[in-house]
Design a protein around this ligand. Sequence first.
Ligand code: DGJ
Length: 732
Amino acid sequence: MSLISVDEKKSIFHLSNGKISYIFQVEEQNLLHHIYFGKAISDYHGGLTYPRFERSFSTNFKGDKNRVYSRDTLLQEYSSLGSGDFRIPSIEIVMDSGSSVCDFRYKYYKMFSGKKKLHPLPHVWTENDSEAETIEIYLEDVANKLLLCLSYTIYRDYDIIARSARLENQGKSEIQVNKLASMSIDLPFEKREMIHLPGSWGNERQIERKEIHRGIQIIDSKRGTTSHQENPFIALVEPSTTEHQGKAYGFLLIYSGNHEEALELDQYEQLRLTMGINPSGFQWNLKPNKQFQTPEVILTFSENGLNGMSQNFHNIIQNRIIRSKHKNAERPILINNWEATYFNFNEEKIKEIIDVSAKLGIELFVLDDGWFGKRDSDQTSLGDWYENFEKLPNGLRGLSEYAHDKGMKFGLWFEPEMISERSKLFAEHPDYYFHVPGIEATLSRSQYVLDLSNEDVLNYLFDSIHKILKGNNIDYVKWDMNRYLTDVFSLLLKNKQQGEVSHRYVINLYRLIDKLTKQHPDILFEACSGGGGRFDAGMLYYMPQIWTSDNSDAVARLKIQYGTSLVYPPSTMGAHVSAVPNHQNGRITPLMTRANVAMSGVFGYELDPTLLTIEEKVQIEEQIKFYKKYRNLLLYGTFIRLSSPFENNHCVWQVVSDDKSECIVTYSNILSHAAPPLERLHLIGLEKEAHYYCPEMNITCSGDELMNIGLYIFPIFNQGDFESRVFRFTKI
Ligand code: DGJ
């Protein structure tokens, strides 16, 4: 079955895989008119001509005496600036003449099986050409000699559309591109709400849902990275949509730099959404015969509520965005020494941690910040990627061999994109960091950002990191990034190219990571940016897991992981058990709760195991055994949110195996209640007629019972604050 059908006579393009449909048409004046995105339409016959009637003050075309057709109102696929559509433009360019007026009209299309690579931009990939089809729609601005290609890919087995745009300058003069959206979509009048994931350091991806009002609402990052403050994601839902039912549209930008998601509810309550690189501070000089390719956006639709939308995102991210060979592998249980020692460690201390961890069954030791240069605090040495033999007399090799001898893997922390003023690298290359000559650059965590648009910087980073990885039997790398970009100025680029620098930074970051990960395919890479400051699909293309947040408090993590799961699957979320009182918020939670919450991600510990009591060690051994047994299910099963910590005094989520034979429910209560309401928990996604045994409750129930009647889980409500339990259900 073909996934894209074209009605040549009516110029209608219909992308459908039997579950979702995306339809657009070439309208009068060759404008590209958006018709529909949503549940699959079996056969679209073209009855939805955009209504013709006069709207005062709207722009018209020459010859339209009745003034009934206007760009000002038409639902479009991509909108030009300055020629009669006053809503958010998809494109903003300045021609050699100084004019910004542009006017793109449909010219032709190309269709093919599979999908093109956008390398070095991360993108949704295909395993073979038969699993997806792509249509490229070419629009032309004749006067300005510009060709715009809008690319749409639909997959047979994933309910997503991947969109991006590419602009080609076919004229004789250079133009300035100030905005080129990855996609724009205009939706017809309907009451909708928006959901996004705002946050801050230690409080990432908090779900916020609100009504959409007239005017413009922008979600963005101008911080040089995706940011802790806003993820490049937005969902549009009906007011009645819940986790389990109702229409949910999700949009996700695959990019790790400045981004913008702009929504406009227009004068007639039609809704426009554009997404892409943030136009603020962006300016690309496009020479004649050159092209500019935008990052890609994934669009998804589900009528099964937010869980349906999330599962679509999880599937595509897990199967067609992450490339690492570790993507479906059993991820090792790690222990990280950051919260155990911070910078204050020596070889002996690290060996002690390894000794205890190995006995507990932990599989990977990660040496965090402080092993290189003269790094005993965050004031110094970033950029000096060589070993500190004073601190570690036998070097990294000595330590990695020690860990390997104990049956553990060995991992290492880097923060490649940064430079400390007090470093050898700074002394030798004071020109390597972002700064505007004559202006004092802004510090953050006492460090500057390296100018990654400089090839010498890239080569230095590759060579120094590669040397450490090659020579020391490293199994894992944590790639950290602990500040946002300021003073974005490259000494090597011309004045007028400075607006290109932040995008060049991201592109070159991808190139660097690509080269290192290809050179070291066996190493498991984990991204990090002060926790989850760069948690995005762009990074996941290169690294299969990301440290979700520096806040490892189990209760805070309920919201952080719940919010993150709106888009990203559990296999991408680094989650650790840390000591109490928690170092970020001082909260004391039971060890069981800390583990239960962390097990719903890539599990590990971040504490000093030499300080554990015997009872704690026994408990941890049990946790480790449990995770080893169930990690495939916990990481790769279907993840379902059952009850939100944003709305309730508890948080419940569930994972179900593909064959529905196994299910794990994690129930976390927040505050204790002497007289709790007798709520029943209803599971989802089980086999109706199958029987499931739950060892924790010692009961057998049919799938039907569990899903429709539900279960009482009263006993933990009044046993103290922050109690949690895990319940297994196994088909018998
Ligand atoms: C921020 C990270 O999120 C932490 O886990 C830790 O690696 C520190 N940086 C080290 O400086």
